[in-house]
Design a protein around this ligand. Structure first.
Ligand code: NAI
Ligand code: MG
Length: 366
């Protein structure tokens, strides 16, 4: 097989975390003939320093041509003053836009070894494994009109508009139903149909999509505010949650914190399948940012980046066995008591970024 990976390590701890994924890629190529072909580019502040843009057109083309993009993190105080259009985040936004990554997958998994250090009671989070599917390219973050108007009487008006079309709701709910089939076969759709027209349409289209193509999956609906409450009260009632851009942004951050540190959280963003080949554009990235406060010290937790690579194996290459093994390797390394600083607790062994990465490769190798 030849599997084209495009690596965009970015800024701050992005490159440090990406180095640990490179070790896994090298191992899988050498020992398992995985056939990964990697190329690498610049994004964020490092791209701005080199080309004056947050991602160059050449790197953008490589991202578009790859089977999957692995993205580290962008940003940092060094670039706080750069013009808005070329700020580091603009690189990620361009990737999402040009690759049409409309489905953002945010798993919230509680590793057994970390259940005791959750901010919730261990029994609430132990064994937790939920997946939030957030619509990423529509809704109130993009709808027009979007402006601030001067009302002329000392008052201004800020306007954002929530817009969803049928096709956008169909495709995001399709992704959620398909993923549910590979899991516990349950989807909970969240909106605010009691107060929003887009919520009424969301509910209708999810229901119709379910009836037409996915009636084997168990579907439920919840108002998004109640959903937030239920996520904190008893998160294990959920398997897959599908929701819009705004609610998904908030609910996925809430779900994330059920399970511990930012340094543990992976994500995937998927595009539409190519009508000819069936393959999807996809970008995998940790949820955390560039962590300037710890960058360059070799102490960042690489697990979020490594778990993002596990999602890449699962969703872009259908390497399900390898993804399962990699996730089990992460879990067993945590069981053995190794911890980076962000997840350190009493009685555990503190390790560096690179030691954590080595331990995961070793556990994966078995
Ligand atoms: P952050 O996620 O970079 O850091 C928040 C806190 O969590 C820091 O104390 C950091 O040390 C810690 N942390 C994060 N990841 C960690 C890891 N893997 N291991 C250990 N500790 C970790 O968020 P913050 O501080 O708000 O933003 C820093 C920069 O990152 C900003 O320039 C921001 O714009 C950018 N950012 C970029 C994102 C991206 O590339 N997708 C996402 C979020 C922020
Ligand atoms: Mg957010």
């Amino acid at each position: 097989a030849n599997r084209k990976l495009f690596l965009l390590p970015g800024d701050g701890i992005g490159p440090e975390a990406m180095s640990e994924v490179r070790k896994l890629i090298a191992f899988m190529n050498a020992e398992e003939s995985a056939g990964f072909e990697t190329d690498e580019g610049l994004v964020g502040g490092s791209a701005y320093d080199a080309h004056g843009a947050a991602i160059s057109d050449a790197d953008m083309e490589k991202a578009m041509a790859a089977d999957a993009v692995l993205f580290g993190a962008v940003g940092g105080p060094k670039w706080d003053g750069v013009p808005y259009e070329v700020r580091p985040e603009a690189g990620l936004l361009r990737l999402r836009k040009d690759m049409e990554l409309f489905a953002n997958l945010r798993p919230a998994i509680c590793y057994p070894a970390l259940a005791a250090s959750s901010s919730l009671k261990p029994e609430v989070v132990e064994g937790l494994d939920i997946l939030i599917v957030r619509e990423l390219t529509g809704g109130v973050y993009f709808g027009e009109p979007k402006e601030i108007i001067d009302l002329g009487n000392g008052q201004k008006r800020g306007i954002d508009t929530q817009v969803y079309d049928t096709y956008e709701i169909e495709r995001i709910s399709g992704v959620a139903f398909e993923l549910a089939r590979t899991r516990r076969n349950e989807v909970c759709s969240m909106e605010k149909r009691n107060v929003m027209k887009s919520g009424v349409l969301w509910n209708e289209v999810v229901t119709a999509t379910h009836k037409a193509k996915y009636s084997d999956v168990k579907l439920s609906h919840m108002l998004a505010d109640a959903g937030g409450m239920q996520l904190v009260r008893w998160p294990k009632q959920f398997d897959v949650i599908v929701t819009d851009n705004l609610f998904g942004d908030m609910l996925s951050d809430v779900a994330a914190m059920l399970t511990g540190s930012l340094g543990m959280l992976p994500s995937a963003s998927l595009g539409a399948p190519d009508p000819k080949t069936g393959s999807r554009k996809a970008l995998y990235e940790p949820v955390h940012g560039s962590a300037p406060d710890i960058a360059g010290q070799g102490i960042a937790n690489p697990i979020a980046m490594i778990a993002s690579f596990a999602m890449c194996l699962r969703y872009s290459f259908n390497m399900v066995a390898e993804a399962d093994r990699l996730e089990a390797a992460i879990s067993s390394v945590l069981d053995s008591g190794l911890r980076t600083g962000d997840i350190m607790s009493e009685g555990c062994t503190r390790v560096s970024t690179s030691e954590m990465g080595d331990a995961v490769v070793k556990a994966y190798a078995g």
